[in-house]
Design a protein. Structure first.
Length: 225
């Protein structure tokens, strides 16, 4: 803190900007970590309950019981779309030879609707992650700007002096080093967190896609019964 307080005005401005970048970055990191832990727990509980259900009605009840789980929201979307077609029972006897092609067309429409729901969930997961990417890219350059400014100030201070001593160039060098360190302290955690959180997003989206395919298989199986 003493080094920061004794630094020049420009260095203080750079450090202040980096401080707020770091503050917002850590807020996003902790918020996303809590969110993803909660989502994983809710999805796991939902799947344990879901896999004990067999009929469409039971599947819909399972989805309605765990509405906080993204898997349940996607599942409910798919079931609602499936039920909107009002399929006859038994399907094969009513549609005859066209049964297979009509069923696949319906399943394709249901799949498309669930994919839109998955994309909506994905956008929620990725919300604010772009700020981490921005902090990762901008922070080192802000630190570099402070570095260049501090070194430039040192050269200006010694210009025209017959004798150069450490007390003249030390303030500028100090500003250069402290802003460089501050920039890296913001950029490195933001970069690590961004890559980790992005991988979690891909994992969660993959789980949603796998579940959507499993649900489509359930629809096909029950239509064939």
């Amino acid at each position: 803190m003493n080094i920061i307080l004794q630094s020049g005005l420009f260095a203080k401005i750079i450090i202040l900007i980096l401080f707020f970048l770091s503050l917002f970055s850590w807020a996003i990191i902790f918020q996303k970590l809590r969110l993803f832990v909660r989502i994983s727990r809710q999805n796991r509980r939902f799947l344990e309950y879901y896999h004990r259900r067999r009929t469409i009605k039971e599947l819909k009840e399972a989805c309605g019981f765990f509405k906080d789980a993204p898997l349940a929201r996607v599942g409910e979307t798919g079931i609602t779309e499936w039920e909107s077609f009002r399929l006859p029972n038994p399907v094969s006897e009513v549609w005859g030879k066209e049964f297979t092609s009509v069923l696949e067309s319906i399943l394709l429409a249901v799949k498309s609707r669930m994919e839109r729901a998955i994309r909506e969930e994905e956008r929620d997961y990725e919300k604010y992650l772009s700020f981490l990417a921005t902090a990762t890219a901008v922070s080192p350059f802000l630190g570099l700007l402070g570095t260049v400014w501090g070194i430039t100030q040192s050269f200006f201070n010694i210009r025209g002096l017959p004798v150069i001593n450490l007390s003249i160039i030390a303030p500028g060098i100090s500003d250069a080093l402290i802003t460089t360190i501050a920039g890296l302290l913001v950029a490195v955690p933001a970069l690590v967190a961004y890559n980790y959180l992005l991988s979690k997003v891909k994992t969660l989206v993959g789980d949603l896609e796998d579940f959507a395919q499993e649900l489509l298989n359930d629809f096909r199986r029950q239509a064939l019964e």
